[in-house]
Design a protein around this ligand. Sequence first.
Ligand SMILES: Cc1cc2nc3c(=O)[nH]c(=O)nc-3n(C[C@H](O)[C@H](O)[C@H](O)COP(=O)(O)OP(=O)(O)OC[C@H]3O[C@@H](n4cnc5c(N)ncnc54)[C@H](O)[C@@H]3O)c2cc1C
Length: 497
Amino acid sequence: MKNIIILGGGSSGWLTAAYMLKNLMPDTNITLIEDKRQGPIGVGEGTQPATAQFLYDCGLHPVDWMSATDATFKYGVELDGWTKNKYFVDNEPPENSLVSQHLLITDYFGSKSNEEWTRFQPSYQMAKKNISPKWYGLDTNFNIADRSYGAVHFNALKIVDVLAKHCVNYRSTTNRFKLVETKITDYKVDENGIKALIDEEGNFYKADLYIDCSGFKSMLLEGALKEPHIPYKDILLCDKAVAMPKSYTNPKEECHPYTKAITMNAGWRWQIPTYERIGNGYCYSSKHITPEQAEKELRDSIGEDKSTALHIDIKAGTHKHIALKNVCAVGLAAGFIEPLEANNLTWTTSIVRAVVELLNNNNWQSKEMINGYFNEINDEILAFIFSHYYYSTKDDTPFWQEIRNQSKRQLPQPSQQLINDIQINKTAFFYRSSSMFNLTQWFSMLHAGGGFNSKKLPDEIEKYAKYFIANQYNRVEQAKLFFKNHYEYLSESYGKN
Ligand SMILES: Cc1cc2nc3c(=O)[nH]c(=O)nc-3n(C[C@H](O)[C@H](O)[C@H](O)COP(=O)(O)OP(=O)(O)OC[C@H]3O[C@@H](n4cnc5c(N)ncnc54)[C@H](O)[C@@H]3O)c2cc1C
């Protein structure tokens, strides 16, 4: 596996190239093929905390990409309209891990109101005040691995540019990277997998391993190797999205350090502030409204009548095998569930890490491990996203009536099992090796929708919990007084004020 072709120049293709160049054995050659006329999908602006760490492991310090991608900090996602009260799925586990005993969260707050729980979440309290206690954020003198950097929002096209430049710079220092701009139109396949890719001019491209980053079309995995796609469109009804940016009028107030996920008539919309503008998108079910109706509903909701709308088909679903013969699919070509909770980029990066580890151990014959790992994450994301709808209380439109009435039995068995685990046998869930979402994220979502079974704590633990939590409330109130406005902090750090 010394010669690798990556097909696709979206964020998954470039993330794979950057990580491989830095972390694969130095005698490996990498060629990335992209058709510039097709371009990346252009969405994917919210992340989970692991993304910053991944970029660091590609050789990119936050200083190298934050300002260049208009990045903002993301403390979590505020779910608005899904249940009686707004709730917050946070991205700041270190803050919450102060509690350390998960039973305080689940058993103490399980029986308390949503207001009491969200008051306890420092990340939410900071986020709602638009403040940014990330003083180490852009200091080059730290190793990101020593501190949890947290999640960010960024411009989906600008991160592709940063990664591409980073890889091309590698080309000038080593001879290991090649970029080819062309359209692949055909391939040769035999019983061992792909023998060659063929472009529109009849040129052949050969490798030992082909990484399929061709986006939803999954050209190599599904197209060449005929791996069946397993659709989720009957479980998760949203099959289209419309996205458009909006300019700031008052960035100090509007550049909030969290994502908003707000319910709409036939789905939900995201609001993601990057440094230069606010990204918006409506993820909807085409069974319930037309693209024109969706665009109008989005424009009316955000008060935007000028920006060009980007209409996107969502292919929700997965594959049993993403590593098959001499192909491995990564990114949208491998699987996609929903934009909700910004899971795809982080899922992608964890698969890239696993592939590189296998290759460095010269162990591609154990690729079934990649499939097992991929499916484990897939089952969890599916369970998590499904539960947002299942435990929502909104029921005032046909879309919400239909999606809330889905049965858990429609889910694959491992996803059903996970929901049961977190509700009944919380500890088992907490110690899963490859969790994408942590306990507080699950707890926030289930608790808000009444999907959490709480139990009474013994008296002395209840007393200790109250003492502990009173201190935490106090600490959060103090923190609100000390830190800068998020937008002002970024402007200063980026030298843009
Ligand atoms: C509505 C929506 C919202 C999303 N929001 C988020 C989010 O908030 N957070 C998150 O983590 N993820 C999100 N995602 C997922 C995210 O967009 C993807 O993970 C990310 O953009 C990676 O896409 P990709 O590189 O796999 O595919 P693409 O961006 O589609 O790139 C495919 C590449 O393949 C190339 N290509 C295709 N065919 C050929 C060919 N025949 N020859 C040569 N080149 C070819 C194209 O030129 C292109 O460069 C979202 C997805 C959708 C649909």
